[in-house]
Design a protein around this ligand. Structure first.
Ligand code: ADP
Ligand code: ASP
Ligand code: MG
Length: 420
């Protein structure tokens, strides 16, 4: 029997009505002969609410207790979804008194073992025995996404949007036949449909392109979920819990077929939570960059664009970008480094920045994509502060206030509104 892992995001469990339709959807899949495992997120807005509460107490609250707090939204959703499935199953006459159709489980109860990097924990192992036993008895496991447990039994969380990663990891561990990500849009679009009304749904996209889009701000899938899906060659289907439209299949490049030849740019991504930090007056010398970025990496801060200027009078300026949520932590790390090693270092910071990117595997064989991107932004009067490129993406750092216009102009300029 085919096994499918279905993940429901915040909006899909945002109200009691939505939860009841998730229950129907899961039971319908089971009635079609599939074995079903559910992974659920917190009700929409709930994790943000919990984060806000913590921020009222401390500007940088990230700790064990922070994870304990923000993981709690998923527990509520698991309880409600499980209750809804059991109620609906009884109504449909699928279970007798005393029997259950679904069983709710938190991360630790499923043995989702992670490391101890709180707020960004990585899954190390999943013990599938309990899940397999439930599946064998046709009971639907309803699992809390986003959370795990570390070797010291502390609750950990997997980073914002982490329920996607929980779902893919569980699907991979169970060797499921499919993993369906139900969300509030009916697939992956050429850009965020909230930013550009001309965005078009993509029927198939490669893991590589989806990883780039996700890492560059397309939060429809958490990047680590796509990395894991690619590693296990697990096809991911992104679809809406509001309608039965086909959605988008995220697959390996060789399954893209025709599409690859035609498309140079597959999508535009944007992220407006960027901070640029410039470190001035650093003595030029071997090992300087290693010291700075080593300290940031030990604090689990992900650094993105890095630019090192030509030294002048033996002094360097190194600029780099980070996500806004790491801003305070990065400042603390750098101030400590200044106190220890670089007493003359000046730290300049610029927030209110956004990164806009174009992504496409076709770019590898088509010259001129970068110059076209710069031309489009120039014509829109948008100033570029930093540029980075890889084989399949070009990113520009710009002012946050210009982000929406930049996305619209790039979408139009690269003719993504013509995608069918
Ligand atoms: P969920 O709560 O279901 O996990 P998310 O809010 O995390 O949902 O992700 C879905 C959202 O991702 C959409 O509402 C959309 O605004 C945004 N998004 C950003 N880029 C894209 C894209 N390229 N395609 C589709 N949605 C996108
Ligand atoms: N509830 C968590 C968040 O809002 C996890 C998720 O939705 O995937 O980030
Ligand atoms: Mg999400």
């Amino acid at each position: 029997m085919a096994l499918v892992v279905q993940k429901f995001g915040g909006t899909s469990v945002g109200t009691i009505e939505r939860i009841q339709s998730v229950a129907c959807l899961a039971l319908d899949s089971q009635a079609r002969g599939q074995d079903v495992v559910l992974v659920v997120s917190a009700m929409s807005g709930e994790t943000n609410r919990l984060v806000e509460l913590a921020l009222q107490i401390h500007p940088s609250p990230y700790s064990q207790e922070y994870d304990l707090l923000i993981a709690s939204g998923e527990q509520v959703a698991v309880g409600l979804v499980t209750l809804a499935i059991n109620t609906e199953a009884a109504k449909r006459g699928l279970i007798k008194k005393g029997e259950v159709a679904a069983k709710g489980l938190l991360g630790y109860q499923v043995g989702i073992l992670t490391d101890s990097i709180f707020s960004k924990a990585r899954i190390q192992a999943i013990d599938t025995s309990r899940l397999q036993n439930l599946i064998a008895h046709r009971v639907i496991p309803v699992i809390a996404g986003f959370q795990g447990v570390d070797p010291e039994s502390n609750i950990t969380t997997l980073g914002r949007g982490g329920s996607d990663t929980s779902a893919v990891a569980i699907a991979a561990a169970l060797r499921a036949d499919a993993c369906e990500i139900y969300t509030d849009v009916d697939g992956v679009y050429t850009t965020d449909p909230r930013l550009c009304k001309d965005a078009k749904k993509i029927s198939r996209i490669s893991y590589e392109e989806m990883m780039e889009l996700a890492s560059l701000g397309a939060k429809v899938l958490q990047i680590r979920s796509v990395e894991l899906a690619a590693k296990y060659a697990l096809p991911l289907q992104v679809r809406s819990s509001f309608n039965s439209s086909e959605g988008t299949l995220v697959v390996s490049q060789d399954l893209l077929g025709e599409r690859m030849e035609q498309v140079v740019v597959a999508g535009v991504a944007a992220d407006d939570a960027q901070v640029k930090m410039s470190l001035q007056n650093i003595p030029d010398g071997a090992g300087v960059a290693a010291r700075i970025f080593g300290a940031l990496s030990r604090a689990s801060i992900v650094v993105d664009v890095i630019v090192q200027d030509v030294p002048s009078n033996g002094l360097l300026t190194i600029s780099f970008t980070i996500g806004r949520s790491d801003h305070l932590k990065a400042r603390e790390v750098l101030e400590e480094l200044r106190a220890q090693s670089f007493s003359a270092m000046r730290i300049a910071e610029q927030a209110e920045l956004a990164k806009v990117s174009v992504v496409g595997v076709g770019m590898q064989h088509h010259p001129g994509v970068a110059s076209k991107m710069f031309q489009i932004l120039a014509e829109a009067g948008i100033n570029i502060q930093l540029i980075t490129t890889s084989e399949i993406k070009i990113s520009c750092l710009i002012a946050s206030k210009s982000m929406k216009r930049a996305v619209e102009c790039l979408h139009q300029g690269f003719e993504l509104h013509r995608v069918d």
